[in-house]
Every structure is written in C-alpha cells, then in structure tokens.
Write a protein that binds this ligand. Structure first.
Ligand SMILES: Cc1ncc(COP(=O)(O)O)c(C=O)c1O
Length: 431
C-alpha cells in the first residue's frame, strides 16, 4: 500500500491535472481577444506600457559612496517586475515561431514574478496561463496569480533533478495540453470546438533564450541611452540569469571597458562559477543540497545549476551578499530614499555599494530594482519572520557594509581596483 503522504500527493496531482484540463476544455476561447498581430502592430495597451522604466538616482547610496548609483525601476512595469519584459518576449517569439497557438495555454514553473508577468500579459495575446510554484514561496504571490486568472499548482520543493520539481511539472503540463489538443483534432467532428483547445507552450524561463534577448534588446539599450553612454559598471543578481546576461552582453558590446558583476546570495553556486570556474562546492552539488529558505531569504535569485541564459553573461567578477545585508539595505533605502523594494532589489543595491567600494568614488554604477516590497510583505518585510531567522535589522547607516571604514577612513587608496580588492577580501571579487 502506498504511504499516506504519497497517496495524498498523488491525489493533489491528479486534482491539479484535472483542474488544468477542465480549465482548458471548459474555458471558452476569448474570441474577442486581440490577435497577436493586432497587439504588436498597434503598439498600444498594456504591452506597450512595458519597459522604458526610469533610471532612478539612489541619492543616499550615491552620496555615501561618492559614485552615481542608479537603479532601473523595473517595479514600475504594469505587472510589477522586471519579468514583464521576459513574459512578452517569450510569448511573442513562441507565437511567431508557431510553438504557441493563439488561444493556447502558457505554462511555467516559477517562484512568482515571471508567473505573475505571464498571467498579466497572456490575456493581451488571447492566451491562458497555468503556473506551478513551490509551496514555500510567499503566499501573496499565488494569491495574485489566482486573482489574475491563472490556474496555480503549489507543490513541494524538490531538486531540479526530480520529476516532481515545479519546473518539470510545468513542462509536463504543456505536453498534456498538446496531447489534449491533438486528441480533439482526431476525434472532434465539430472543427469549431477546437477553438477552445489550442495546446500548450512551456515558457521555460531558465533555458529559453528569449529571456536573455528581452534584456539584450530592451533593458540593456535603455540603460545605455539613459546614462548617455557614460557608464562604468553594472551589477545584478541572477535567478535565471536572463537579466545579468542580456544587459552585460549588450553593454560590453557598446563599450568593453564597462565592468559587469554578479552579486550572489547565500546558497547559490554562481559566485564560485564566476570567480573559480567551478559551479559547486561538494555539498552544493545538485541533488545533494537544495536552495531553500535556510540558504537565503531572498526570493527569485541564486541558483545551483548553469542555465542557458546565465551562460550568455559577460562578467568581470562577482561579490557575495548576505541576507542581513539585503534586509538592512532595504530598510536603509526606505528610511533615506523612500524606496520600498523587494529582496532581490535590495541584494542588487548591496552589490552596487560593493562595486562602488571596489572601484572607488567617481564612477557611475547601474543596478536593477526588480520588484516592489509589496510583493514581500509576508517574509522579507515581516518583522516576525525575520526575527525567526535572526535577521532583525538594527543598522543606523551603512555600517553593515563597513562603508565608513572602507570609504571614508582611507579615501586615497580607493582609486584602484586592486587596492580595493585587498580591503574587501571577504568579497573575493575577481576582476
Ligand atoms: C523578483 C526577482 N528578482 C530578480 C530575479 C532574477 O532575474 P533573472 O531571472 O533575470 O536572473 C527574479 C527571477 O525570477 C525575480 O523573480
């Protein structure tokens, strides 16, 4: 007899599949939805409002470091994050290639932002959205998804090598939708009934290079234009790697002297990959250790495998960032700049200060403000949750980054990367 847990798990899975299938079968096609060509041609509506986000000067960090620290305000996109661009690019490329049919269902395994962006934009293309997420993701993320009209499957977090990993389940759901569509094609006498079963498409944000292209063709050029070609460094954390890869590659092609860096949270193997060329420490080997909430409280960033998107990155070095640095940074920016940002954005700002410390005053540094603090009320912006992990913020300034000690005490040695590197030995930044 199957153990109770696996029986319950199988029942939940079966229910989810049934929910998806009935959703596909019973939801009438949005026959009056705009066609892909009309969305693209008109350049209007919600899709046209994505991108061209402002590049905000972060006054407090700029003043404290003597650098121009600028944040690309991606939280101002209609779907609330940097992933809107990715969702649009993935859907448009899939519709253009025919991999996705108008009216089809886009499936994704995502801890939140990409799924929210897909759920936001799919109706504009006359498509539907089905999302599989780990059940340790902040609850407000699945609430938003359901409110947006997507179907949501919450599953136990397991290794990517496991067939029940949320990404693998999402891939399977797209195949199931395809099978359903071809079954209908074979059996249905009424060709019109096919209108509401158009098959599936797995968005595959980790491996689909449309993700990288969204940033290479969009975010990168926008940053370049906004800084008027005057830029010294770019830094960002990586989840899929799409942002850091697309932006770094574009900027390097414009000016090879621009330094591009990764900031990596605890539990991620990318720092090792960038600085030592080796992805894993032994205990970090995929399948033996999971990236889970005990590794980091940041969401959407850090990974223990090399994705196709990350492989496109053109990086000069990497820094490590800690959870407490990200928490302190978010509170510091709230107090000093009125910026209410999520955990990955806070980590990116930690990265920007570390780059400023390494390069010295007088440089222009850009990072990404991925999403708003609103998305993180139950965890990153919840005092009780943070206390549980010993992460209660207490800083009055930027002392958690040793800024006073490094930037003010000895400014004269801050004009060269190598002297900074010695001072910031714990960062192990390779340039
Ligand atoms: C909130 C948030 N910030 C940052 C990232 C990382 O961006 P990328 O996937 O382009 O590396 C993600 C990825 O899912 C995210 O959800």
């Amino acid at each position: 007899m199957a153990p109770a847990a696996s029986t319950a798990g199988a029942a939940v899975t079966a229910l989810s599949v049934m929910a998806l299938l009935s959703y596909l079968l019973l939801t009438k096609s949005r026959s009056r939805s705009p066609s892909y060509s009309s969305v693209k041609k008109n350049g209007s509506g919600v899709i046209a409002a994505i991108g061209n986000t402002p590049l905000i000067r972060i006054n407090s960090l700029s003043q404290a470091t003597g650098c121009e620290i600028l944040g690309k305000a991606e939280f101002l996109n209609p779907g609330g994050s940097v992933k809107d661009r990715v969702a649009v690019k993935i859907i448009e490329e899939a519709l253009e290639s025919g991999a996705l049919s108008p009216g089809g269902v886009v499936t994704e395994g995502s801890a939140g932002s990409t799924a929210i962006s897909l759920a936001t934009v799919t109706p504009a293309y006359g498509c539907k959205c089905h999302v599989v997420i780990p059940d340790d993701a902040a609850i407000e993320k699945s609430q938003i998804l359901e409110a947006l009209g997507a179907t949501v499957e919450r599953v136990r977090p397991v290794s990517i090598t496991h067939k029940e990993h949320y990404v693998n389940i999402a891939r399977r759901r797209a195949l199931e939708a395809d099978e359903l569509a071809s079954e209908h094609q074979k059996t249905s006498q009424d060709r019109d009934s096919l209108a509401y079963c158009k098959g599936g498409f797995f968005a595959d944000q980790f491996e689909n290079l449309a993700n990288y292209r969204a940033h290479y063709e969009g975010t990168g050029p926008e940053i370049w234009e906004e800084v008027g070609g005057k830029l010294d460094a770019f830094v960002a954390a990586a989840g899929t790697g799409g942002t850091v890869a697309g932006v770094s590659r574009f900027l390097k092609e414009k000016d090879s002297s621009i330094k591009c860096f990764l900031i990596d949270p605890p539990g991620s193997g990318l720092f090792n990959k960038v600085t030592r060329g080796v992805m894993y420490t032994r205990e970090e080997a995929e399948g033996r250790r999971l990236k889970n909430p005990f590794d980091t409280i940041t969401e959407g960033i850090g990974i223990n495998r090399l994705t196709e998107n990350f492989k496109m990155a053109a990086l000069d070095g990497a820094f490590r960032g800690s959870d407490i640095e990200a928490v302190e940074m978010s509170r510091y920016l709230l107090k000093n700049d009125g910026l209410f940002i999520g955990s990955s954005s806070a980590m990116n700002c930690v990265g920007a200060v570390k780059v400023a410390q390494a390069m010295g005053p007088g440089h222009t540094i850009v990072t990404i403000l991925c999403d708003s603090g609103m998305r993180h009320l139950s965890k990153f912006h919840n005092a009780q949750y943070l206390a549980q992990y010993g992460l209660t913020p207490s800083a009055t300034g930027l002392e958690f980054l040793g800024l006073d000690a490094v930037m003010n005490a000895d400014k004269k040695v801050m004009n060269g990367i190598h002297s900074a590197e010695e001072k910031l030995e714990e960062n192990k930044c390779i340039m």
